[in-house]
Design a protein around this ligand. Structure first.
Ligand SMILES: Cc1cc2nc3c(=O)[nH]c(=O)nc-3n(C[C@H](O)[C@H](O)[C@H](O)COP(=O)(O)OP(=O)(O)OC[C@H]3O[C@@H](n4cnc5c(N)ncnc54)[C@H](O)[C@@H]3O)c2cc1C
Length: 433
């Protein structure tokens, strides 16, 4: 095999790239990471909570080392119309069990920690410069990258540049995701003393809450709001489809949705008096299994969101655990191929086998119908929140007038939306879950 500058070049130092670099360097390979941000995490954003299982596989002591914010022990799902809100609040000891636990994170410190681990293992970093091209030999095999003036070669390139990857499209020929498969997320971080956060969210000391909202937060459009408690701050934001963001007829731009969301009676009290310290926006791939492109090439493996690995279930958002696991598997496959002296697509095919055999592809495949159900389930974002409000108003309001039996108060509310239509919608959703 021709002499190369490095064994492995990793493009991007997010969750997938940081882990891939750490794994390959720990296996004794020479590794270069090229990160366009001035430091790892500088440009990265998540909701966010990371499910820890895949992180633990790479860093068994992550809990004592990683800059985690809070262990999430309270799950809340909220349905809101313009001025009402119904929240399901769930907590159980199981949520905190090792292997099932999850943590809120802020990507600035978290990604820098991953990069430090990779550097400690021997990876070299170039930050503040973007890879502009994947370099190919005459046979079309990827043999390195071009970043600025430099052309740097490696036996394997691991492409982990996140979603909306120009390199995947331009240099690997993968298709551009459809607008219906992409969403836009915006988020603000509000500082509050930790004790105030615990009081406002009814949390034991050090524990955290995750909250997902549906309904008025996106003005009845497909999407939803999110809130995660950090140690001394709250991450609050929303995700809306690209079609909503680009729709000229949409009266409320996405940034205004967030402003209105912050003023909603269910949200305003929890951020009252908090200091806004960060504002960010990012694309989110939401097409699920159908948007996974080819991810094994001659000399190149694709990991994380560049491989479309993200899933928004409405009650659960996952991308970081997929990114960590795919980064690990890409590095393992790259090291095996280098050791066998065969970095062709056939030599690197164990990455596909590992991915197919893991929760990553299996979960995305299991829930492959869900994105289509959400896309077509307009009433979830409009009618349902209003219906829920009417049902709970009928249940809880006492005005001194003689009350009808509860079922007689509920039935007209449900019938207004069509009992069979509702049952059909719920059945379709349940089948996709
Ligand atoms: C609003 C929102 C909420 C979310 N909530 C959650 C959540 O709660 N839980 C969860 O698990 N997931 C969540 N996700 C998804 C999750 O954040 C992603 O799936 C995850 O960050 C993907 O990791 P990655 O390493 O593939 O990509 P990224 O983290 O995006 O990292 C890519 C890296 O590549 C760098 N880069 C890009 N282009 C180049 C280039 N040409 N050259 C060099 N470097 C480059 C970038 O600067 C970046 O550092 C959310 C996403 C959004 C936007």
């Amino acid at each position: 095999m021709a002499e190369t500058d490095f064994d492995v070049i990793v493009v991007g130092s997010g969750c997938a790239g940081g882990v891939a670099a750490y794994m390959a360097a720990s296996a004794g390979k020479s590794v270069l990471v090229v990160e366009r941000g001035n430091y790892a995490g500088a440009k990265n954003m998540t909701g966010g909570r990371i499910y820890s299982h895949s992180l633990k596989e790479v860093f068994p002591d992550f809990e004592s080392e990683a800059p985690l914010e809070r262990k999430i022990t309270h799950e809340r799902i909220a349905m809101m119309d313009t001025a009402s809100n119904m929240t399901i609040d769930f907590t159980s000891a199981e949520l905190a069990e090792e292997g099932k636990d999850s943590y809120s994170v802020l990507r600035g410190p978290f990604d820098q920690w991953l990069a430090e681990k990779a550097e400690e293992a021997g990876a070299e970093y170039i930050c503040g410069i973007a890879v502009e091209e994947l370099v190919k030999d005459e046979s079309g095999r990827i043999i390195g990258v071009r970043a600025g003036e430099d052309e740097i070669t490696s036996q394997v390139v691991i492409l982990a540049e996140g979603t909306n990857s120009m390199l995947s499209e331009r240099c690997l020929g993968n298709p551009r995701p459809k607008p219906s498969q992409m969403a836009v997320g915006i988020k603000q971080v509000f500082e509050l003393p930790s004790g105030v956060i615990e009081d406002r969210f009814l949390l034991p000391e050090g524990e955290g809450a995750a909250m997902l909202f549906v309904g008025d937060c996106t003005k009845g459009r497909v999407g939803g709001g999110f809130l995660y408690t950090n140690k001394d701050s709250i991450s609050l934001g929303l995700v809306a489809t690209i079609s909503t963001a680009a729709d000229g007829a949409n009266e409320t731009p996405v940034y205004q949705m967030l402003e209105d969301f912050k003023r909603h009676p269910a949200v305003a009290p929890v951020i009252k008096g908090a200091k806004l310290v960060e504002h960010s926006g990012h694309m989110v791939p939401e097409g699920g299994y159908d948007m996974i492109p080819q991810y094994v090439f001659d000399g190149c493996l694709v990991a994380g969101e560049t491989a479309g690995l993200c899933m928004n279930m409405g009650y659960q958002v996952r991308g970081m655990d997929f990114a960590v696991a795919s980064g690990r598997m890409a590095a393992e496959a790259a090291c095996e191929a280098i050791d066998k002296n065969d970095v062709s697509a056939a030599g690197l095919a164990s990455y596909k086998d590992k991915m197919e055999g893991s929760f990553v592809i299996q979960d995305l495949r299991t829930f492959s119908k869900w994105p289509h159900v959400m896309e077509e389930w307009g009433s979830m974002f409009t009618d349902y929140p209003v219906m829920v409000k009417e049902i709970f108003n009928a249940m809880f309001s006492v005005d001194g007038q003689p009350q009808k039996p509860l079922v007689k108060r509920m039935m007209p509310i449900v019938k207004k939306r069509g009992l069979f239509k509702l049952a059909g919608e719920v059945r379709k959703a349940v089948k996709a879950l």
